[in-house]
Design a protein. Sequence first.
Lengths: 299, 278, 437
Amino acid sequence: MKKEKRFSILFFMPFMVCFILFWLIPFVYGCYMSVNKVSLTKGNVGFVGLSNYLALFNEASMYASEFIEALKNTVLFVIISVPLLVITAFILALIIDNLPDKLKGFFRTIYFMSYAVSVTAVSAIFLWLFNGNGGFINNIIAKPISWLESQPYAWIVLAIVTLWWTVGYNMILFINGLNSIDGALYEAASVDGANFLTRLRYITLPGLKNVMTYVTLMSIISSFNLYGQSSLITKGGPSQSTRSLIMVIYDTILQKNNLGVGSAMSIVMGIIVMAFALCQQYLAKEKKDLMEVNGSEKP
Amino acid sequence: MKSHKKKLRNMVIVIIASIIAYLFLIPLLYMIFTSFKSLSESISSSELLPNLWTLENYFSIFADTTTSPIIRWLLNTAIVTGVGTLLVVIVDSLAAYALARLQLPGKRKILLIIVWVMTIPGIVTVFPSFYLFKNLNMINTFIPLVVPYTANAMGVYLIYNFLIDFPKSLEEAAMVDGASLFRIYREIVIPCIKPVILTLAFITFLSIYNDYLWPSLVVSINQMKTMTVGIASLVLGSNFVNPGLMMASTVFAVLPALILFLLLNKYIVREDIHVGIK
Amino acid sequence: MNKRRLFVLILSVVLAVPALAGCGNNKTTADENETVKTETSKTVSQAAESDKIKITFLNGFTGGDGEFMRKITDGFNASQSKYEVVESQEKDHLTQFKANGSDLVVIPGSSLYTYEEDGMVQELSSVYKEAGVAIDDFIPAAQDIVNMNDGLYAFPLDIHPLTMFYNKELVPEAPKTFEDLVDINTKLQAENTDIYVMAIPGSGLVEYYYMGLAAQNGIDIVNDGYCNFATDEFADTLMKWHDMIFVDKLSPANLGLDAEFTSFAKTADDITTQAAIALTGPWYYSAAKEIYGDNLGIASIPTIGEENATYGGSHTIAVSSQVTDEEKLAGIAAFFNYLYDPENLLNWADSGQTPVHQETLEIIKANPEKYPLPAANAEAVETAKTGPKVYNSNEQLSYISNNTFGRIVSEENLAREELMTELEKATEIARQIAQEQ
């Protein structure tokens, strides 16, 4: 046991060193910058205490209105996109699982390939597809829609783009999860005469508990970090309704030239995302306990 | 009777999968076809196929290799992604194993910190890291291009979740059977870890490969740029982008990732263990 | 794999990392200055050796413009053996400049004041003298851009104003007034309701639109270091664009990014709305030429307001305040001396840009076949207005560009009071941005 403990620390050490050097130290430096007046051009001008943070919640300040607006937009996006990403990935994984073995790899590749394309190219492609004036989609549907210039279409476009671009990754995780469910359970269930939906509810879903939680958490985090698509496709429009938190932070640092407020914004954003993540973990744990009580625990 | 039903069911599923596949492919087809369009056609036309096929975009990319040393950029990227991915996979899998299997002291606290760290947006550390590397005079070297990715806790969490799902019973059964630790690792653990390690490797490769902001900050010399940064300065005009040129460069940029994925495709998902514990 | 093998692998990777530290070119400009200083303090003959004085030149001329600037830079490097200008064309070159610095940098005219106030660029009167360039060599509009706080802070390169492209098939003669636009539109709409005289974009180049009309109406929005939008005149200017869409019906409503050009570029067989003219940036020239060939007309924008004027961006070349080495400054002066020889500067005109050097401009005006786009813009740039000289002018204008103008083109019943509220909000933001100075 003692030997194992020593080995465990040794195994963990490389990550810990990298983490401290390349995350913790910059993070502490970032916190330090958030309580100073800093910019890329003028450097560190002086200590300002919490005024960068207070500026985010002071109605009169331009930073506050942008930050709060962006927060609302981003939370909206998280609420729209996360269920979409998780459920669609799950359905795709189910489809692939039920395909004849020879075709599995082929379809898996097609659904996952989009993940390899860079966000700049993805945005250029969808800008063309959803162009309000004679774009590909508008040429197919009966009545042309100003996709990018009006809501709720702008959000729909962003959701579709994010789905197309990133669902492949979640799908792969679900596929792995599905494959790790013990086949004997399915055999036993079909002997008992259970149909597809029953199998789904009592074997598949409980077996995917951990994967589901992980995928949901990751989707929440990545949706909160929305940046490329909204800045390149809708450019934060129409009327800044799709401006995300990360866009505002980048803008504050690079355009408004205020690294101090930008750092403060990122830290506040981190706290908010963490709150969401903790909620999600809590709910997931609750559900897990409930399911275990109902006797669908893995043998 | 039963096999007839099964055949019908299979066909329905294949049809559904194909329709979805077609939807997934449309944007990619646009990307490929537009790369063969001329400037005017790529801006004005809403047809998928080019009226006039041209290779001018591809030639443009390779035209001026003194100012745009594509080969050197490719080499830089190969080194950066290769070493970076290897480092990340090794560091993360070791740490995850320590968390999942070996009794790491403070495990619960560490897991909480890891989840917490993942929720903090990356932008917090970008500029501080940049300043740190600048003060150490490491701008325009390979170190800042490769090493900071190892601090990402996401990979640790991914492998950890995978490991805890994987029943220990197989390992324990093998141990009871008298198999050596080495054999257990080789014949049971590795086949089961391989898919998630390769998934992590591929994801890490993509995130390093497609990263723009960080490499653009830590590299100011043309010879040291990565593919993504180099191609951006080649293709993204100051006022507007030539869609055909951009798509050509994307087709070119996506090839390595695609080839890698086609090679790894089989290994990214693990074979069904519908065999169970007999 | 057992634990021992793992250790060996980790060890080898860890050892590889310091090896990587050695690779790559980590010479900083400080190092290079050191080397250069010691070199030039030696005998003159050694300066003639391969160690030229390197001057870094950072700009954002990616895409089509780049090769023309490179021609100039390469020409300078070939014409003498003492200095070498190392040009770097980046997409986000200003971020690069802020992060890693550069000796020479191209700064958009509207941002020059900001960089000067931040102490990033240095005063250049002595460099002008050494280069044999006088400020009066440039058109007044350009002099205005670089002359601030009793000093010259950059060399003006070009102005790129809002330009009009028109489709000669639909519009035989370039419209010169608002009434011309209405007449053309009535005629076009009678034949085909999908064709309008113009397309007013909701985002993208909109700053050129509202500031251009403000220039035509003689409005100066700068007040005490920040932009004051909450005036009746400015509101009227914005509402003019609104009315052009909803009252005069000169353009479809609710168009998006870059719609002014994409609608112009559309070919008639698509089910789209098409515009007969495009008020857009000169950078679309090559695309427009490819689509329309000889049917492409270029002219300065029509007078929609009270007088003929246009608005545009500009490029200037500045010297970083980090450059203190006398030798390097001499090299920089030599570069500017080379650049402002019309023979060399005309390369920049080949790219379609309009240089603001008077002598060069005269040559361009005399040769419109050789320089179609710059010649068409030559008159316009002399009276062109450029960005307001306030701190961080881009950000001060951003609320109007990103929020308000979008509403102008999409909300038919936009009330005057609502518009004023928006303008007041924009003014408040501009005021706060100016305070960051």
